[in-house]
Design a protein around this ligand. Structure first.
Ligand SMILES: [Zn+2]
Ligand SMILES: [Zn+2]
Length: 254
């Protein structure tokens, strides 16, 4: 699998960090993990094959994670690059995604399902398992962030796995779900003294890393308070494994 970081930031405007979106590619297709308001143009900036995107995953309904869904579908509806496309686009997301999509789509005559190709929108239950692409299975986990928020674990047919926590508070129950992943893509919103329980600060994230023992930890979803600090050095002081700071444009093989 190949992972491309499109947005390592949060909802807060930032010069170097777009809002959350990640490109995941397997042998059988491509998948967008969260579709932030910045995602559409970030896909083009990274020269990714967005006209042939196979699937989208929406972890929860905060606008830094789903606010780009309607704009992306508005672009595929009108872009010359998708006029000859016929394969369907599958959109999976937390429970309520279909209702949210219908509300946006019916607010104006967008007709976002009227595309050259079919679109299927599927709500996924917490704990739900499904094949997101041929040879790429997915399992979800309810996180303490919003009512609907889900972490997701992808496993390919060679046994490589990616866990994407998306936004989450600390949860000991996340440990067995995320255990031993090839890559654990985990939020680390705050450095310390987090203002809310529904996100992680560094100590929370490294406690989870210590318990989950991923082959590689990639930290993301940074608020601007991280700008003046060496995240990896501070993280390594708390857990000795392989740690990377997500930066926009970073590419990883797993
Ligand atoms: Zn967020
Ligand atoms: Zn959120």
């Amino acid at each position: 699998m190949k992972l491309v970081i499109l947005g390592s930031g949060s909802s807060v405007p930032h010069a170097r960090r777009a809002s959350p979106a990640f490109w995941l590619e397997s042998e059988s297709g491509s998948l967008l993990l969260d579709v932030s308001p910045d995602a559409t143009h970030r896909l083009a900036q990274e020269s990714l094959d967005w006209p042939n995107l196979d699937a989208i995953w929406v972890s929860h309904f905060h606008l830094d994670h789903v606010g780009g869904l309607a704009p992306f579908l508005f672009s595929t509806k009108w872009a010359p690059q998708t006029r000859e496309r016929h394969k369907p686009l599958k959109i999976y997301g937390a429970k309520g995604l279909g209702r949210l999509f219908d509300a946006i789509n019916s607010a104006h005559d967008y007709e976002l399902l009227d595309q050259p190709f079919e679109i299927f929108i599927t709500d996924v239950e917490p704990g739900g398992e499904f094949d997101v692409l041929p040879g790429l299975s997915a399992k979800t986990f309810s996180t303490p962030h919003t009512n609907e928020s889900l972490a997701i674990r992808f496993t390919d047919n060679r046994g490589a796995s990616l866990v994407y926590t998306s936004d989450t508070g600390y949860s000991a129950e996340l440990i067995p779900f995320a255990k031993g992943a090839s890559v654990l893509l985990m939020e680390c919103s705050f450095r310390r003294n987090k203002p809310v329980l529904t996100h992680l600060e560094l100590a929370d994230a490294m406690r989870l890393a210590h318990e989950c023992e991923p082959q590689k930890l990639v930290l993301t979803h940074f608020y601007p308070e991280w700008d003046d600090f060496d995240l990896v050095a501070e993280a390594k002081a708390l857990w000795p494994g392989e740690i990377m700071e997500a930066t926009d444009g970073l590419r990883l093989e797993l």
